[in-house]
Write a protein that binds this ligand. Structure first.
Ligand SMILES: [Mg+2]
Length: 233
């Protein structure tokens, strides 16, 4: 079956997400130290991360919504210091600006240009990256994020939402991502074809079932494969 469209994971597929998340945590901490030193003292970066992990564990109903998880974490931190009215809007802008200051992998932008020249491309993420702020929004015809749909990858519902927007059958869509469970097993079980961007050359975890259709070291290899194979099918 020819590939007629692509869905593309964002975090750790187009850029490494950890440096941006760490910068965001530290930017929030710096603001708290200046404006609410009592909250900063009670909730230094590591403690705040622990609190967020507790929120994530307790609020499984928010598993698809990292934004609300983080905002709830900040509210709880302020509440524990006796402040009921946490400055969520200001803090979120500080967090979100840094969270979107990502540094693309060197292969990402050239590959995006090659891919979008031939295939409709939908972003498909559980995270809260803002492609407009990052400056690559024009490469995508659709955006599908867990927060908007009430389900997160690997739930087939999120993949089906993307397929519906792209308007092509699942078997003609190639999902591209880094995560074996949420991207590869999820897309495979939803009937999509799968391309694993396996930058660290890891072994496929066989407990997740059959391996992806493609196991590639970077997005340049994906663009090479698509250009040489897709038209022959
Ligand atoms: Mg990812």
């Amino acid at each position: 079956m020819p590939i007629l469209a692509l869905t593309l994971d964002l975090d750790d597929t187009l850029w490494p997400v950890l440096p941006a998340l760490q910068r965001a945590d530290h930017a929030v901490d710096a603001w708290l130290r200046q404006h609410h030193p009592e909250v900063a003292r009670a909730w230094p970066v590591e403690a705040m991360r622990g609190l967020r992990a507790e929120v994530a564990a307790e609020r499984v109903d928010l598993a698809h919504d990292f934004t609300t998880q983080r905002q709830l974490t900040l509210r709880l931190a302020f509440a524990s210091c006796g402040i009921a009215d946490a400055p969520i809007d200001a803090l979120w802008e500080i967090y979100f600006a840094q969270r979107n200051r990502v540094e693309l992998y060197p292969d990402s932008l050239p590959a995006l240009r090659r891919l979008t020249a031939r295939w409709p491309l939908a972003s498909l993420t559980n995270g809260n990256a803002d492609l407009g702020r990052i400056g690559i929004d024009a490469h995508f015809s659709h955006h599908v994020c867990a927060r908007d749909h009430g389900v997160a990858k690997p739930d087939a519902g999120l993949f089906k939402a993307a397929i519906g927007l792209l308007g092509v059958p699942a078997g003609n869509v190639l999902h591209v991502g880094d995560d074996p469970l949420t991207d590869m097993a999820g897309a495979r079980d939803a009937g999509l074809r799968t391309a694993w961007i396996n930058r660290d050359a890891k072994a496929w975890p066989n407990e997740l079932g059959p391996p992806p259709d493609l196991d590639l070291p970077h997005l340049t290899a994906l663009a090479d494969w698509l250009e040489s194979h897709a038209s022959q099918e």
